[in-house]
Design a protein around this ligand. Structure first.
Ligand SMILES: Cc1cc2nc3c(=O)[nH]c(=O)nc-3n(C[C@H](O)[C@H](O)[C@H](O)COP(=O)(O)O)c2cc1C
Length: 319
């Protein structure tokens, strides 16, 4: 039987998991401002062979209610470790679990978790089969198009269907490609055509026009937005037609400053001391791109304390 999305929503717009960025404070502010229909946690790294398979800081992220449905993403390698982590996550309140099959970086790839699992289809089958009975809500995967060949994903579609995966998110680059080149949504369209499973399209959607193009071309079940949602704090609303589709730079500047002020209220509670709060705010601000404001945005990232940071943020709209 074809699986379906678990949310009562025609075409969900989903906030992507982004390690170091989409922490609980960011997720809450996004839900308040741009209103994604669903949010993902940053990946939760499974601790192999530990009797505490999920770190306490990750448990706080899992238990947090951002005000929208939340999917908890796990990254790891062995089925038994992932199963232990899933049990712990569910006990902490997770309803929906996602398996990371895309992370291209460092330790995870060396350890064959994340994107490196795309070299090991049978291991993926074993992991998903172990997770399925433990997850009360949806079980999903977030995958690249392949490890080093964008055709590799097609060998996984039956594995996902056989193991009861409810939906998949595809970011159509290979793992070895990292972020080079463009997301090739011809792959997304082929995946949509070849599986009955709902497919969420992800990658390089930065404007309402990009979203319309990918929707029209691929016919996915929904969209996931990552860097574009950080750059433009109202992108979800623009795609829905509830905010200007092509905003003027001054509007974007005012919205960015308001977003950073709101984020500061969360970060002041989450992080210790001005230095750490500033670092975290700059990490978010480093993804903001506004036409014609490249220099003042760079200046914002060079500020040394919160008061100069916010002065530079307010100044964006005046430049
Ligand atoms: C800084 C950063 C951190 C990321 N962390 C994760 C992660 O924790 N889990 C994951 O599945 N993908 C992660 N991604 C990938 C994004 O979720 C997304 O698939 C990718 O950025 C492409 O979408 P976009 O073009 O809309 O940003 C990360 C991306 C970035 C830029």
């Amino acid at each position: 039987m074809p699986s379906s999305l678990p949310w009562d929503c025609d075409f969900p717009l989903i906030l992507a998991p982004m390690q170091g960025l989409t922490n609980r404070g960011m997720r809450r502010v996004m839900v308040e401002t741009s209103r994604p229909d669903v949010v993902f946690t940053e990946f939760v790294r499974v601790r192999p062979g530990s009797n505490r398979p999920v770190a306490p800081s990750d448990l706080a992220e899992i238990a947090f209610d951002p005000g929208a449905p939340q999917v908890v993403q796990l990254i790891g390698r062995r089925a038994e470790d992932l199963a232990a982590a899933a049990r712990t996550a569910v006990a902490a309140g997770a309803v929906h679990i996602n398996l990371n099959l895309g992370c291209p970086f460092g330790r995870m790839t060396a350890n064959s978790g994340g994107g490196a699992l795309l070299r090991e289809p049978e291991e993926v089958r074993e992991i998903l089969a172990a997770l399925r009975p433990l997850v009360p809500g949806s079980l999903s995967v977030k995958t690249r198009a392949g490890f080093d060949d964008p055709g590799e994903i097609f060998a996984f579609l039956d594995i996902f269907a056989d193991t009861g995966v409810d939906f998949m998110v595809i970011h159509p680059r290979t793992v070895t490609q990292r972020y080079r080149g463009g997301a090739d949504h011809r792959i997304t369209a082929r995946v949509v055509a070849e599986t009955e499973m709902p497919v969420i399209a992800n990658g390089d959607i930065r404007t309402a026009a990009d979203a319309a193009r990918v929707r029209e071309f691929c016919r996915p079940a929904g969209l996931m937005l990552g860097r574009g949602a950080l750059s433009d704090s109202l992108l979800f609303e623009r795609i829905r037609g509830r905010a200007a589709a092509v905003p003027a730079s001054i509007e974007r500047a005012l919205e960015a400053a308001a977003f950073l002020r709101r984020l500061h209220r969360e970060y002041a509670e989450m992080f210790c001391g001005e230095r750490q709060v500033l670092t975290k705010l700059k990490a978010a601000a480093s993804h903001i791109e506004i036409d014609g404001l490249e220099r003042p945005l760079r200046k914002l990232l060079r500020t040394g304390n919160l008061s100069t940071f916010f002065a530079a943020a307010e100044q964006l709209a005046a430049d």
